[in-house]
Write a protein that binds this ligand. Structure first.
Ligand code: ATR
Length: 502
């Protein structure tokens, strides 16, 4: 099935919606007028919308109880449907192509009008509190009429629910349908709607609408440019990005999917936020995935689920790459290599003999940094909030260690050629884990965080005259390493060329 995109229009006026249609016309196949978002005065003019939009239109007037905005009562809703579907034109493009009616909304005269004038009924059932217990019963109810399109939408709150949803959706017979898992845990069901047999994917134009934030609908341009809606098909080989819901802001899909496209690979990387790593593995297996990029906080939790651990996985004690091999999962780590390559670029120096460096943090990311700096022969100081973790990591490489506070100031001065920030502090915030230290301007400062592009720590270092870099180049290099493992061929230059998006 070819993936199609339906843009949900949630403007308060027709004018606003028509402007949105123009902006996205080249990227969408159909639009859904969410008349429940319209100002009350605008609702009287819904009949003319399909002609003005010039694209196949769905009419939806969603009640608040079903997650919409409409609370003027069923009588008014009925009148609006009647108004929108009446006076059908012989030119069918001036009529609504679809109307979305809930499973408890059966008005024979409306349904008759739809059937007479070629408007297809979408029969909807909404579940805002997770998977319904009686799913089969619900499905039977919305599939009673052969010519209607059943649409089941479930708001998910965990990856366990996503697993149950996928298992159910993948077992449905081939037939026109729409199955949607909403919320951050359901995002992959939108990207893979075509694989689940859905007629289309719902998209949202605006990051500020609840549809984008709460329901997980992506932007149509993003679906085309990042998730390759123009070229994916049933043979596309899938890879996943495994992490918490915050991975939805990750740049990994941007990097990998651009590289796949550049190299003519029929492959796609999709984010799969989970709350337990074993769910990510089950999802991969359900969709026939061939590999995964694993990120915080699952790089360690994944270890017991692997049949093979690479040397770097063993040394670092963490895995960031899965490769499907003979029915099981081989684990690799490309972080240390990725950091090493970006460090060589940053310092323009291959060998770091004599370089004295401070590593801030002793978690998963810091472990890769420590291994890379050890290989490069740098002498290091490790600082961490939890002293014992700093000590355990430092002892592996015979490095120095200390607390991450004022007590370390003199030591830092002694290890200040390079400072690598490898904690999560400063990610999406203005916190500075090294706030107690004043840069002299001589330090080279590398913050592994790339979102924001310039953390408070990097801004302070730059203001003091230091050379600085963020974690974007490391992300690119570790992603290139993953490509090599997945495709068994050298990674393309595009990993080094793609700029960090705004
Ligand atoms: P990652 O894989 O991103 O390194 P991690 O393994 O959870 O994630 O490690 C997080 C790092 O950030 C650790 O060094 C952690 O310090 P602790 O070992 O003391 O937990 C550090 N970190 C997280 N929150 C912090 C905070 N508020 N202040 C200082 N350090 C913090």
């Amino acid at each position: 099935m070819k993936p199609r995109i339906c843009l949900c229009l949630t403007g308060r006026t027709h004018e606003e919606n028509l402007r949105t249609v123009e902006r996205f016309r080249s990227a969408v196949d159909l639009v859904e007028l969410r008349a429940d978002y319209l100002d009350p005065g605008e609702r009287f003019f819904i009949r003319e919308f399909p002609r003005k939009a010039g694209l196949p239109c769905i009419l939806t007037i969603r009640r608040r109880a079903d997650g919409g905005r409409f609370d003027d009562g069923e009588g008014v809703r009925l009148v609006l449907f009647a108004k929108a579907l009446s006076y059908a034109r012989s030119d069918s493009s001036a009529n609504y192509a679809y109307v979305d009616l809930e499973d408890d909304f059966h008005i024979p005269v409306i349904e008759e009008a739809c059937r007479t004038f070629g408007t297809r009924i979408i029969r909807s059932s909404h579940h805002l509190n997770g998977m319904p217990q009686n799913l089969d019963e619900v499905w039977n109810r919305i599939t009673l009429e052969e010519d209607e399109i059943p649409r089941l939408a479930v708001q998910l709150s965990s990856s366990r629910e996503l697993l149950a949803f996928l298992k159910w959706a993948l077992s449905l017979p081939a037939k026109d349908k729409l199955v949607l898992a909403l919320g951050a845990y359901g995002v992959m069901s939108g990207i893979l709607a075509w694989r689940l047999g859905s007629l289309w994917t719902y998209a949202s134009s605006n990051r500020n609408t609840p549809l984008y934030r709460e329901q997980g609908f992506l932007d149509p341009f993003k679906l085309r440019s990042i998730y390759r809606f123009d070229s994916i098909n049933d043979n596309t080989v899938l890879y996943t990005l495994v992490g918490q819901p915050s991975i939805l802001a990750s740049l990994s899909p941007y990097l990998h999917n651009n590289a796949f496209k550049e190299m003519g690979k029929n492959a796609l990387l999709i984010p799969t936020p989970v709350d337990e790593v074993k769910h990510a593995v089950r999802i991969l297996e359900m969709i026939g995935g061939q590999g995964a990029a694993v990120t915080v906080p699952f790089k360690e939790d994944i270890l017991p689920l692997l049949s093979f651990h690479s040397t770097d996985v063993k040394r670092i004690g963490a895995c960031n790459t899965l490769v499907r091999r003979e029915g099981s999962w081989a684990g690799y780590n490309t972080d240390a290599d990725g950091f090493e390559k970006s460090l060589v670029e940053f310092l323009d120096r291959q060998d770091l003999t004599g370089c004295r460096a401070t590593i801030v943090g002793a978690g998963g990311a810091a472990k890769s940094v420590a291994l890379a700096l050890y290989r490069k022969k740098a002498q290091c100081l490790i600082l961490n909030r939890t002293y014992s973790t700093a000590r355990d990591l430092a002892r592996k490489y015979n490095f120095h260690y200390s607390h991450l506070d004022e007590r370390a100031i003199d030591l830092i001065s002694d290890f200040s050629d390079l400072i690598v920030q490898a904690t999560s502090v400063g990610m999406n915030s203005t916190e500075d884990p090294l706030g107690f230290y004043e840069f002299t301007g001589k330090e080279a400062v590398f913050d592994l965080i790339y979102h924001p592009a310039k953390t408070r720590l990097l801004a302070r270092a730059e203001a003091a005259g230091c050379r600085i870099t963020n974690g974007y180049r490391m992300l690119c290099h570790q992603a290139a390493g993953q490509y090599k493992l997945w495709m068994n061929e050298p990674p393309p230059d595009i990993y080094a060329q793609l700029p960090q998006p705004e």
